[in-house]
Design a protein around this ligand. Structure first.
Ligand SMILES: C[S@@+](CC[C@H](N)C(=O)[O-])C[C@H]1O[C@@H](n2cnc3c(N)ncnc32)[C@H](O)[C@@H]1O
Length: 410
């Protein structure tokens, strides 16, 4: 077993993401940037190439900028995650953004004055769309999207797609308190009549405001490259990895793909409904994972359910492969920092922190430390379904582990 030390310095109780670094867009299971800043400081790592292979909304880069890193790379398979990160960490001309904001407002309200204009709009070809959106909301969202698509500057256009994405979700018949897609009750839908333009322009102002106050001032000449793809191995390239991988397959833990589905569909992403299958643990496997520290836990789950044991196995096969690619991509002497949770399946807690240390040690790393922190400030579903039966919910985990390993040999 790899030693775990309880370290309350990393609890940041009472602090949230928003209290220090407001996020531009809601995103599930974000990592507190404060954790990244503290552990990089403690390990005295302040320069070199930083990698986050599952970057989500980009908390690692917020931490990296705060420490002074000038070269950072991120990867994520979820297009919405990449949009959020790229918008936060790209320098744009704020005056130009505000000019276009005013212009877009004028054009939208001018456009809807003429009913005939509405007939010229292309509504998105999304499957079963009227199950999730009212006709009026669909038209008004299409008006906004119609004018956003006229913005030529890619970086600036993103600044408008962020509030648009939040507006899509908020004006849909989705229950907003959940990450997974649940439709509102019909009686609530009858009373639901969102002011799409009002919501969008309010969110647009807030997005620009947060960007201008919290992200723009920090954007030095640092190179921050964020790719919409799985992390591809790059031999001995990175000095430090700071990341927070998913802690299980999307279907039974945090559904990043479902949460992002409407946004990704309005962005025109053809595979928007397959994202969760593309994420770690998303594909079906026939053989259970049966080696190393995790094997006995999967055997115990198998005693309860062969199906769940295979679903859990799929996740560890993918995590092992990804750790192997990451390990090869770190320079000798480089350090990996994985912030991860140990989920419960069939009431069996899976020691993913131990699994991560074990896999890196198999790749020429030494386990340096694992800190246990209390979870009090993470955007997580309050309950999830260890049994994956609808309605059979248990409270999700309350600890998180910061696993640090160092590469000793190539
Ligand atoms: C816990 S979240 C990261 C949150 C991020 N640290 C933040 O603060 O926003 C995990 C991310 O991993 C991504 N992901 C899952 N499987 C992946 C894979 N195989 N390759 C790349 N990204 C993946 C998901 O889309 C999700 O955005």
């Amino acid at each position: 077993m790899y030693k775990v030390t309880r370290n309350s310095k990393y609890d940041f109780l009472g602090q949230s993401y928003a209290s220090v670094f407001p996020n531009l867009h809601k995103y599930p299971a974000t990592m507190l940037p404060q954790i990244g800043i503290e552990i990089l400081r403690e390990l005295n790592i302040k320069k070199g190439k930083l990698l986050d292979p599952y970057c989500g909304s980009g908390s690692s880069f917020t931490a990296g900028l705060d420490i002074g890193f000038d070269e950072m790379y991120g990867f994520d398979i979820n297009p919405l995650a990449v949009l959020i990160s790229r918008t936060k960490f790209s320098k744009v001309n704020i005056e130009r953004v505000n000019l276009l904001r005013q212009r877009l407002r004028n054009r939208v309200y001018e456009f809807v004055k003429e009913e005939d204009n509405l007939k010229t709009l292309d509504l998105p070809s999304i499957h079963n769309i009227e199950f999730w959106f009212s006709k009026e909301v669909l038209i008004n969202l299409s008006v906004i999207k119609h004018f956003i698509d006229k913005i030529k500057e890619k970086d600036i256009k993103r600044m408008f797609l962020i509030p648009f994405s939040e507006c899509v979700r908020e004006c849909s018949f989705t229950r907003n308190s959940e990450f997974k897609l649940y439709r509102m009750k019909s009686e609530d839908i009858l009373l639901f009549n969102p002011d799409v333009f009002g919501i969008f322009f309010k969110k647009l102002t807030k997005t620009i405001d947060i960007y201008e106050k919290y992200y723009y001032p920090k954007l030095t000449d640092a190179k921050i490259e964020i790719s919409y793809s799985k992390f591809p191995e790059q031999k001995n390239y990175f000095d430090v990895v700071l990341t927070s991988p998913p802690y299980g397959d999307s279907k039974t833990t945090v559904a990043y793909g479902q949460f992002s589905m409407f946004s990704n569909e309005w962005f025109g992403i053809k595979k928007a409904r397959q994202i969760d299958n593309m994420l770690m643990g998303g594909r079906a496997v026939k053989e259970k994972y049966n080696h190393g520290v995790i094997a006995n836990f999967i055997n115990s789950i198998e005693n309860e359910s062969k199906k769940r044991a295979l679903e859990v196995s799929s996740f560890y096969y993918d995590l092992e492969t990804s750790i192997s690619d990451v390990a090869k991509s770190v320079k000798v002497g480089g350090v990996t920092i994985f912030v991860v949770g140990n989920r419960r399946v069939k009431n069996i807690q899976l020691p993913t922190d131990q699994f991560i240390a074990e896999k890196f040690e198999e790749k020429g790393f030494n386990h340096i430390l694992t800190y246990e922190r209390q979870l009090g400030n993470k955007t997580m579903p309050s309950k999830n379904s260890p049994s994956n039966k609808a309605g059979d919910l248990k409270s999700t985990m309350s600890q998180e582990f910061i696993v640090v390993c160092k590469k000793m040999q190539g």
